[in-house]
Design a protein around this ligand. Structure first.
Ligand code: ZN
Ligand code: ZN
Length: 391
């Protein structure tokens, strides 16, 4: 196919030189929405590149705040930003770098606070993270809704860049070893310890390895946006000490837990996590699949904590993984309280009038409805604006 070159005026068009690249489509780049998870060393460089290229919409996600030690590797942060949200500062910097770019900063934890519907509504996902837990979450979310994601990892002068694309080659979880799972489980079992471990395990990185790896990540995302060929399931290994760069392919793991896509996702624009109740969502599910339909969650939810010694009881409505050890102590007698758990709603519950948010379902989450072997996935599409309204 012959590509038409569109050459614009260099005085008035900041994207002028891209017009000389035969396959580059500035309108495609402008229309694209990219989710960048992590606004640290890699995230800063990725965002800088995406902004310079004029990628139209950027959703920037991070739960962390800026400290002085970030300043040696973060081109978007200034000393005066100390203590501020990384996502928010990065969004402001991107905007000043290129006002054409629409930005949305979201300060929160992707593991529990962001619905996986977010992944459905973006064109590419770039993971700029430093831990296995978050990579595993992104991988499972991406697989569930069949979206490609680009991972980057750095340590000293080494780097790895990988594209994972559900259905095309190995995924991130295929690459995990038994030891990786042990480390992850250890952290999951105690959230407080997890944070300490992650802080202690901080990997030493340089601004150079961050910019090299982030540049490759951004290029892979650019190819995904243009529907160009990428090499999913392979790792680009970069050794900055010896200047060796090579590609290696991962084997697909039989029975990998991530390989379970949601088959039929239904968008529900009228459903919002903050206003829709469990009862209302169950009714929607039953209208479509029949009166025996139940809502199911992949995680255990702690409905209440009850004291076996004195009978004290508190409503909790939180995912088990989000509970801290200190929550278990009985406020009356100090004994350890027991959990009342659930992972399904069948309509007989006394708490049906709670909203989805009160039941720890995140905004733009996706809930499974099941009647026998019939299943459908209900998206809280009304929450789209929480993540995908760009300034
Ligand atoms: Zn896999
Ligand atoms: Zn008690």
């Amino acid at each position: 196919m012959t590509e038409t070159l569109v050459i614009t005026d260099p005085e008035s068009d900041r994207y002028h030189t891209f017009g000389y690249i035969s396959w580059w489509r500035q309108e495609v780049v402008r229309e694209a929405t990219v989710l960048v998870i992590g606004a640290g060393a890699l995230g800063n460089e990725v965002l800088k590149n995406l902004a310079l290229m004029g990628v139209g919409q950027l959703l920037i996600v991070d739960f962390d705040t800026i400290e002085d030690s970030n300043l040696s590797r973060s081109v978007l942060f200034r000393e005066t930003d100390r203590g501020r949200s990384k996502a928010e500062v990065a969004a402001e910097a991107v905007k000043s770098l290129n006002p054409d770019v629409g930005v949305k900063a979201w300060h929160g934890d992707i593991n529990y606070e962001m619905g996986l519907g977010v992944f459905r509504h973006v064109d590419a996902i770039i993971g700029c993270l430093d831990n296995r837990e978050a990579r595993l979450s992104i991988n499972r979310f991406s697989w569930a809704v069949r979206r490609p994601w680009v991972d980057g990892a750095i340590q000293e002068l080494m780097g790895i860049v990988r594209v994972f694309w559900p259905g095309h080659g190995a995924c991130y979880e295929c690459t995990l070893t038994d030891l990786d799972y042990q480390v992850i489980n250890l952290r999951y079992s105690c959230p407080l310890l997890a944070r300490e471990n992650i802080l202690q395990g901080k990997v030493p990185t340089t601004p150079t390895s961050a910019s090299i790896v982030a540049a490759f990540q951004t290029q892979e995302a650019l190819k995904l946006i243009h529907d160009m060929e990428v090499q999913p399931g392979k790792a680009l290994m970069i050794n900055g000490l010896t200047n060796d760069i090579y590609l290696t392919e991962y084997p697909i793991k039989e029975g990998c837990y991530s390989h379970s896509p949601m088959e039929s996702i239904v968008e529900l624009p009228q459903v919002l996590s903050r206003t829709t109740t469990l009862k209302q969502l169950l009714e929607i599910a039953q209208d479509s699949l029949g009166s025996e339909t139940v809502l199911e969650f992949d995680h255990e939810l702690v409905v209440a904590l009850e004291c076996p010694s004195c009978g004290q009881k508190s409503d909790i409505f939180k995912r088990m993984a989000r509970l801290y050890e200190s929550a278990f102590a009985c406020p009356n007698c100090g004994d350890r309280r027991e959990m009342r758990l659930t992972h399904r709603i069948d309509g007989s519950e006394e708490y049906l009038n709670r909203t989805l948010a009160e039941f720890d379902v995140p905004p733009l989450g996706i809930v499974r409805a099941r009647n026998g072997n019939k299943r459908t996935y209900l998206e809280l599409t009304g929450d789209k604006g929480s993540f995908l309204k760009f300034d």
